[in-house]
Ligand binder design. Structure first.
Ligand code: CA
Length: 223
């Protein structure tokens, strides 16, 4: 899952980037409003953390413009404002949630998880056949057996399961699993797919949860 952080206080921006990367998110940072808006328009983010007071254009204005352009990306406001009226104002501009500074990282993470929760589910656990992936605990189980994955493997599997039954092109995978600094060629994805297959598939069965779609990309299917 790829997150855009729009925050002009460098220390906070870095704290958020580091913390979220530890949780397997790919994170881009914009330090002012206009570049934040541009990045949000160009890239397909899964979620945006948006500071309220920003140089360039304010978080409120940025949020309004994104919603005007029909973007549905979940937006969480980071705000130092603390009157109920301001909160209402923020939500009316199209944000999905807000959190007051200073906040605990764990609290923010919980709010993020709620926004990314699958629409038809009470909890955050993602399922693909006998595979269960829990974004909250970072655990992956196949049946009753825990499968240990690196952060990138975890992020890639999470993206594939969230899109199960749909073809995931290498371009889309890169957009959602890697951040803006990704420059290597897309064959790195094939390498990670192989790591996942080795860890998840029954050795020697010839069956895989992750199928190659020739010339297009990959698809995760329950089989
Ligand atoms: Ca600010």
């Amino acid at each position: 899952m790829r997150v855009l952080v729009v925050e002009d206080e460098k220390g906070i921006a870095e704290f958020l980037k580091d913390g979220l990367e530890e949780e397997s998110f790919a994170v881009d940072v914009a330090l002012e409003g206009r570049s934040g808006l541009r990045m949000a328009e160009v890239n397909d983010y899964d979620l945006i953390l948006l500071d309220w007071m920003l140089p360039g254009i304010s978080g409120i204005e940025l949020c309004r413009q994104l919603r005007k352009s029909k973007s549905l990306t979940p937006i969480i406001f980071l705000t130092a404002k603390d009157t109920a009226q301001d909160a209402v104002f923020g939500l009316e501009s199209g944000a999905n949630d807000y959190i007051r500074k200073p906040f605990e990282f764990e609290e923010l993470l919980a709010r993020i998880r709620v926004q990314l929760r699958p629409k038809d589910s009470e909890d955050s656990v993602l399922k693909l056949g006998s595979i269960e992936l829990n974004p909250d605990t970072h655990q992956v189980f196949k049946g009753s057996k825990e499968v240990l994955l690196t952060q990138k493997e975890f992020a890639l599997l999470e993206f594939l399961i969230r899109n199960k039954g749909k073809v995931c092109t290498r371009t889309r995978i890169i957009e959602h699993v890697w951040d803006i600094h990704f420059e290597a060629d897309t064959s790195v994805i094939d390498v990670y797919i192989n790591f996942l297959r080795k860890k998840l598939d029954e050795a020697g069965s010839g069956k895989s949860f992750i199928h190659t779609v020739r010339g297009a990309g990959y698809i995760a299917r329950e089989e």
